[in-house]
Design a protein around this ligand. Structure first.
Ligand SMILES: *Cc1c(COP(=O)(O)O)cnc(C)c1O
Length: 386
């Protein structure tokens, strides 16, 4: 790629195009065989029993909350260093949302903070129903510790693994749900694999999977066991609750299935790019992302560098942008958004999140980033910080 270098970009090969075109020429554009095939591929990759594919990770987070019984009067907690969707899902259900500060080095939910807040919440009788840890940049949170807290304080866990398909935790694929109730992945084009728009919720629990599948399609069931009374006939279905049209199309699933064949290649390419950044940025006045801890493998969705405190982040950012480098910032703490400020959150609420935000810049990171383009990124960054 010449000219502008984005921070993330999909890789589409001829085989992806052919897979989508095959579906376009087939009988089913939606509700055919390819979505279930894609779901099986995801479930088998994760080593989990059930996968429910939907039209976005945002939708997946929504039906995940509903399937765990989140409703008015309930509390959901998440990380402030995330995309707004991780928090909005609680509000869609009529619940309230709160934010737990992050660890300063990884930007992931801080387990010590979480524990402290849970102890306080228990005293006040205000424990959360669900906690949503976010695997920032594709690095898993400390799920064993969060699981232990969930058992002690009685909340459910949804992993927002939008960045993290292909990541490992505890030497196992993220998404196996050993330490959570549900895990959600996003397939937006900047993420690890893409379906254009799309997402999936995986779970080991058959009842949760069934509920999410029903909510994905209007709350309708064709299972006589779920119906009130006897079916009127073979055509019969019943709407048993209020659901949505969150279905994924067959074209999206075909693209996703084709992309899943290259998941390992994508992760390997991201690790190669990350190692090259690590080498070539050594010695600059900035912090590189922390390395993987034993048993874990980041999916490396993002490569954020954190500038030293005396650097002017805005000037460095603008220098990179004028050099046609599509750097970005992940993320503005969610509660600083005007919409959340209106709910009573004030600056200073999560000091580590705000410190993380003030210094961070995401460098280009995607499998198709060439060595030459990466060198250009590094050269401009060097010029800007030294
Ligand atoms: C991208 C993203 C989402 C939303 O994903 P969509 O598929 O675009 O709805 C949610 N959470 C995080 C952390 C994300 O990065």
């Amino acid at each position: 790629m010449s000219g502008f270098i984005p921070y993330g970009h999909q890789q589409i090969l001829a085989e992806d195009v052919e897979a989508v075109v095959r579906v376009l020429r087939s009988d089913f554009l939606t509700q055919g065989p390819v979505v279930p095939a894609f779901e099986s591929a995801i479930a088998s990759h994760c080593g989990v029993a059930h996968a429910v594919a939907v039209n976005s990770a945002t939708s997946a987070l929504h039906i995940a909350c509903l399937a765990l019984g989140v409703g008015p009067g309930d509390r959901v907690w998440t990380s402030p260093i995330t995309f707004v969707a991780s928090a909005n899902c609680a509000l869609y259900c009529g619940a309230t949302v709160d934010f737990v500060d992050v660890a300063p080095d990884t930007g992931n939910l801080c387990v010590a903070q979480l524990e402290q807040r849970l102890v306080q919440a228990q005293r006040a009788g205000q424990l959360p129903k669900v906690v949503i840890p976010v695997h920032l940049c594709g690095r898993s949170c400390d799920m064993k510790a969060i699981r232990a807290l969930s058992q002690r304080f009685g909340f459910s866990i949804i992993e927002d693994a939008s960045h993290a398909i292909g990541a490992h935790y505890d030497d196992q694929p993220v998404g196996n749900c050993r330490y959570s109730d549900i895990t959600v992945f996003s397939f937006h084009p900047v993420k690890i694999i893409t379906t254009a728009e799309g997402g999936v919720a995986v779970t080991a629990d058959p009842a949760i999977a069934e509920r999410m599948a029903r909510l994905r399609s209007h709350g309708i069931t064709r299972d006589p066991a779920m119906m009130t009374g006897e079916p009127d006939g073979p055509w019969y279905y019943q709407q048993v609750e209020l659901g949505f049209n969150y279905r994924m199309t067959e074209m999206q699933a075909a693209l996703g299935l084709s992309q899943m064949d290259r998941l390992e290649t994508f992760i390997a390419a991201r690790h190669r790019i990350s190692r090259r950044y690590d080498e070539l940025l050594a010695g600059l006045p900035l912090e590189r992302p922390p390395n993987d801890v034993s048993g874990s493998r980041s999916a490396l969705h993002l490569y954020p560098v954190r500038l030293n405190r005396d650097q002017d982040r805005r000037r460095v950012f603008e220098t990179l942008r004028s050099g046609q480098i599509g750097v970005n910032v992940h993320y503005i703490p969610v509660y600083l958004q005007p919409f959340y400020a209106k709910q009573g959150f004030e600056p200073g609420y999560c000091p580590s999140a705000e410190a993380y935000y003030r210094r961070t810049i995401s460098l280009p990171m995607f499998p198709g980033l060439s060595d030459d383009d990466q060198t250009r990124v590094i050269d401009i960054l060097k010029g800007a910080v030294t």
